[in-house]
Design a protein around this ligand. Sequence first.
Ligand code: LRH
Ligand code: MN
Ligand code: MN
Length: 430
Amino acid sequence: MTYRIPDSLIAEQNAAGAAALADDYSALGRQLERRGLDIEAITTKVVDFAVAVPTWGVGTGGTRFARFPGPGEPRGVFDKLEDCATIHQLTRATPTCSPHFPWDKVRDTGELAERAKALGIGFDAVNSNTFQDQPGQPLSYKFGSLTHASKAVRDQAVAHNIECIAIGEKLGSKALTVWIGDGSNFPGQSNLNRVFDWYMESLAQIYASLPRDWRVFLEHKLNEPAFYSTVIADWGTSLMAAEALGPQAFCLVDLGHHAPNVNIEQIVSRLIRVGRLAGFHFNDSKYGDDDLDAGSIDPFRLFRVFNELVDAAERGAPGFDPAYMLDQSHNVTDPIESLMDSAIEVQRAYAQALAVDRAALADAQEASDVMLGRRLLKAGFVTDVSPILAEARRRGGGAIDPLATYRASGYRTRKAEERPAAAGSSSGIV
Ligand code: LRH
Ligand code: MN
Ligand code: MN
């Protein structure tokens, strides 16, 4: 038996914070009531909100310079599941994880499904990986995968994606996320038009293998690893591909995958409009695809994204059903702490967006009252919704203060004993 945080510890820790929380929650309830908002309606929505944890996020990440592993890191997918379950146990916000293959590949997928079930964790989208070569792989992805000039390489990459769907079906997943690193480093290296043809050809084969109740999420990224051109660089290209493929194809927005200063919330709004928003890879960044903890650098941007999401939900935008996932790399923090905090920050942005008086905002916009519109939106952002988030966790059996409870449990020290240090990266990204 491996160590799990006892529910009695959560109860004990919660008992110490319960009175203060009740006090803060009722004060916030009165404040929101004065603004015409019902705290219980917001809390209920927060309770129902979930964001998936990336299995590759629970191991320490790295940069291209170094990786500094921490104690008690997961040695494989079964350990990763345990950490994902712990994040959910304390936050009650992350009931699913998003696996990456072949990183999470095991001999017996049934065993993986069983283990997850026993831990109370489900599976969100499965991610394919044709941006690295794996040991023993017949053909290299050095010059591309789904868009490689060689058909044999493209076929190998297509087959991998089809295998991911087959594994995902056994895990109860309902979506495949496809991100490729394909592109070029120099003008003249490839034909910008031809590579898109190959992308469409390859994706059409993957699409044809999708079960009817599955979706494929096309993830765009401006640059890296390709530094001159990337085949699926932006939401326009992603949308062209999704529309050509058919109704089961959607565009996934990773917050770190855009040009600096791009208005991501407007991209989100446009994708919702055409019914093609797949969902998100949440993270934060200052420069590029930094994969920092969600809400840690620019929480106002995260809020603005959620403002669009709440707007869409409230107007009943057709086909609006985004998948929420985190996609981060934790280099200097305990990954469990970062992922718990990030899930909470995503929930915070959601609750803040729910704390906007939308009727008043619509009136201000109608009247071209710029200052009032700005203030009404900002009023949601500056609302300290922490008591709502803590109350949602408490009601679900989670921790009022997940970080304090996690540290009090000594989980990481226990895992360091149970999991002797493994060499190399558990995420594959170094
Ligand atoms: C690419 C990306 C994509 C990968 C993950 C590891 O930058 O965001 O989602 O699958 O990182
Ligand atoms: Mn991503
Ligand atoms: Mn990324």
